[in-house]
Write a protein that binds this ligand. Structure first.
Ligand code: SF4
Length: 341
């Protein structure tokens, strides 16, 4: 399982295309690092061909994904054109399937009839929140019932469903975020993504932030709430495929994010905190602790267990007055597990 080849998703960005409005947190040009819009057929071929050239041998099935806009908000003719080009790669064996992200209020049977004629495997919905007051404050222009309807329509067909939530939106807090994670779990998606809200330059949220009317979460708060939402999904056997924004050139340069809980290895921070919590639980349950301990962990999880700059190890040494902690890679343990000897 752990050695399975990772899917290779070719992201095709359609920045802000098909959007009926401007959501408060979004400056889609910034998120995607693209400035153009809908690619022409030739541009789409170029994008896909370029990614295919970079596909390493260790990658699994190729999927072509349309992200960064509201795919089903595009004109029908454009949807068909983009899907036709992507389908040509599936037909000649260079890709396995197509996926796209869209708003919950764009899902209806008419649109699903169209996309069902193409080899689309997964539809991702930008749910963001299941709290209608939070959705209204984010100027999403849809409600939680649109999400519930959309998921039920998608699930009647042969598509996988991915649901994306945000934490730290205006008017949101930890209990509302966890409410959202629970409500999303009840909808039984095939996978989820969790994105902390950051203040992007050029977004309406940046205006509020500069006026002092929006205070973003700190990185610590963002990691902590994301961790709790992740654990809700885990309890419900829902795979979380991403936590935190993907680093693009814009984000790496640090020019586009004005504030908020952004970290290039955000997901890693969340997993590290889960390891820390679990290690503390195990150590607290011991009546007597030796001065030296070893912790066995799967080789792939060593850095997550150690935490950033060895922070987890330093913390448990301090908390439990332990002099030495050896971390020993053990390929026979599952990736999330560890054993303290
Ligand atoms: S969040 Fe999605 S729907 Fe809203 S403006 Fe950005 S791309 Fe458009």
């Amino acid at each position: 399982m752990d050695n399975a080849l990772k899917d290779f998703i070719i992201p095709v960005f359609i920045p802000h295309a098909g959007c009926p409005n401007q959501c408060i947190f979004c400056n889609q040009n910034t998120v995607t690092g693209e400035k153009k819009g809908i690619p022409s057929q030739e541009e789409l071929h170029n994008i896909i061909d370029t990614f295919l050239n970079y596909k390493g041998k260790k990658r699994g099935g190729v999927q072509i994904g349309f992200y960064g806009g509201n795919f089903l908000g595009l004109e029908t003719g454009i949807i068909k054109k983009l899907l036709s080009v992507a389908t040509s790669y599936v037909k000649n064996g260079l890709a396995e399937s197509i996926r796209f992200s869209t708003r919950p209020d764009t899902i209806d049977d008419y649109k699903l009839d169209i996309v069902e004629k193409f080899p689309v495997s997964a539809i991702e919905l930008g749910v963001q929140s299941m709290d209608d007051a939070v959705l209204a404050a984010a100027k999403r222009g849809h409600t939680s019932s649109d999400t519930i309807n959309a998921v039920s329509l998608i699930k009647k067909r042969n598509f996988k469903t991915g649901l994306q939530m945000m934490i730290g939106l205006p008017g949101d807090d930890e209990s509302r975020s966890l409410y959202t994670a629970h409500r999303i779990s009840e909808l039984s998606p095939d996978f989820a993504r969790i994105y902390p809200t950051v203040v992007l330059a050029g977004s309406p949220l940046a205006v509020l932030y500069k006026k002092g009317k929006y205070v973003p979460l700190s990185l610590e708060e963002g990691v902590s709430i994301t961790k709790k939402a992740y654990l809700v999904f885990k309890e419900n056997n829902i795979k979380v495929i991403r936590m935190g924004l993907q680093a693009t050139e814009d984000l790496r340069e640090g020019t586009s994010i004005l504030a908020g809980p952004y970290h290039p290895a955000f997901g890693h921070l969340v997993y590290s905190e889960i390891f820390l919590d679990n290690m503390i639980d195990v150590l607290q349950s011991e009546s007597v602790l030796p001065e030296e301990i070893s912790i066995r962990v799967h080789p792939k999880s060593v850095s997550k267990l150690r935490g950033l700059k060895n922070g987890n190890i330093d913390k448990i040494k301090r908390l439990f007055d332990i002099k030495s902690v050896r971390v020993v890679p053990d390929p026979f343990l599952p990736p999330g597990g560890f054993v303290i000897d």
